[in-house]
Design a protein around this ligand. Structure first.
Ligand code: FES
Ligand SMILES: [Fe+2]
Length: 444
């Protein structure tokens, strides 16, 4: 086993190769949880999940630390450690719900206001003269070090020193704008349920796959062929079925087409593929939706919004969004060879119902564990995890178009079939692991 360096990870991550222990070593995994997941902004949830005071949503901020997002009486949103200030029990057990009055620990009944402050301790006189100071924040449900939201998307971080959320997002922030601007009312809200499924492999595989445009025509070849055969059987009047089936064939686009879509990388590990074009750009536009957009924004601005066509946008390490399809996937590691993905769908406020139906259709067809595309990816991640147990080689490579990435003011741009996405991620990985803030902006 490779020994784990404390500060300099050059022996494990080079500009073009990664040591296989990054996917297999439990000690590296624990260090990632502390140095990456403990320092980055992590996506928690969306404001629309908790519209009323007392509404809450629970999740973990890393592989095990429980947090609760809750709306207070003044409508502010708090992300609190889901841990009682008394003897440490998790206070809120269910995934989501509503609580009246106060949060109450099930063990000894300490109660907390929705901002996490301690409200009442039963039989409090037993503490008289003991020297305890119950106003000390350590006896409250403590807030995360920082909480912030951007256009309704709530993030929190365990780090006091993380830059503010918008600085951290950098140029990738424009993708949240595009997702929300696609709503005639300029806002989105969570709709439908959540698809939650476990992957038997390291959490980084899904991030590496998002802008990996060398795989779709191989991994998804069989479903693309099946969809094309099905479409060929459709009579001209089957417009609805054609509209549904048209989601699949773009996954089989040519290398040239994917190359043309480009990849754009930012500091802190964020990146997207597409921009002018993506696999979503050929979708038919619902005329009612188009008219609602023009009524809200005017023709020119509407067409600008709809022309910005990214495919997958990564906010490293916990969130990937699809602006053109209005769904997001949330990543949570569990152990070195296990993670969970949650897929959430959004309604464009002010848009016709058909747009939400398309989003839900996409989520079911592509991202569901019982879908037609996502399970292909899951299968190859599992094979990669098993293959990397082999000592035949110690390295995983990402040379494609190395040396050709172009640095611009706040971003790096390159070919759509390049490994620019991996270079972007592992620049951030190293900067976090080496505790080197300047490493995020140092260009490889
Ligand atoms: S552990 Fe919560 S009240 Fe005792
Ligand atoms: Fe894929």
């Amino acid at each position: 086993m490779q020994s784990i360096p404390d500060r300099n990870f050059d022996s494990l991550v080079t500009p073009t190769r990664l040591h296989r222990s990054l996917y297999t070593d439990p000690d590296i995994f624990e260090l990632e949880m502390e140095r990456i997941w403990g320092e980055a902004w992590i996506y928690i949830g969306h404001e629309s999940q908790i519209p009323e005071p007392g509404d809450y949503f629970t999740t973990n901020i890393n592989h095990k630390m429980p947090v609760v997002m809750i709306r207070a009486k003044d409508h502010t949103i708090h992300v609190l450690h889901n841990r009682c200030g008394h003897k440490g029990a998790k206070v809120v057990e269910s995934r989501s719900g509503h609580v009246r009055g106060a949060l109450r620990c099930a063990y000894h009944g300490w109660t907390y206001r929705f901002d996490g402050s301690l409200q009442k301790v039963p039989n409090e006189k037993g503490y008289e003269g003991t020297g305890i100071d119950l106003s000390d924040p350590c006896y409250s449900m403590q807030p995360l070090a920082q909480t912030s939201s951007y256009r309704g998307f709530v993030f929190a971080t365990l780090s006091q020193s993380a830059p503010d959320l918008e600085t951290w997002m950098g140029g990738a922030k424009a993708c949240f704008d595009n997702l929300c601007d696609r709503a005639p009312e300029g806002e989105v809200e969570v709709a439908g349920g959540v698809l939650r499924y476990e992957h038997a492999c390291n959490w980084k595989f899904i991030l590496e796959n998002l802008n990996d445009t060398m795989h779709p025509m191989v991994v998804h070849e069989s479903i693309v062929k099946a969809a094309e055969s099905y479409i060929a059987t459709l009579p001209p009047e089957a417009a609805e079925q054609r509209r549904e089936a048209e989601i699949i064939p773009p996954f089989g686009a040519s290398y040239e087409k994917f190359e043309d879509s480009g990849i754009t990388g930012f500091p802190f590990g964020h990146h997207y593929d597409g921009g002018k074009t993506s696999i979503h750009s050929g979708y038919a536009v619902d005329p009612d939706y188009y008219n609602a957009m023009v009524a809200a924004y005017g023709k020119e601005r509407s067409e600008d919004i709809l022309a910005f066509n990214t495919h997958n946008v990564l906010f490293y390490p916990s969130l990937t969004i699809k602006c053109a399809v209005q769904n997001i996937r949330v990543v949570r590691p569990i152990s070195v060879d296990k993670f969970v993905v949650e897929s959430w769908s959004f309604r464009l406020k002010g848009a016709p119902e058909s747009m939400l139906q398309r989003t839900l259709l996409y989520s079911r067809l592509i991202n569901s564990a019982m879908g037609m595309v996502g399970p292909d990816d899951l299968e190859v991640y599992r094979r990669a995890q098993e293959g990397l147990a082999s000592s035949a080689s110690e390295w995983v490579e990402f040379h494609r178009q190395y040396g050709k990435d172009l640095t611009q003011t706040d971003r790096i741009v390159g070919g759509g079939t390049s490994d620019l996405d991996m270079r972007t991620q592992y620049r951030a990985w190293k900067a976090y692991m080496e505790k080197s803030p300047q490493g995020h902006t140092r260009h490889a």
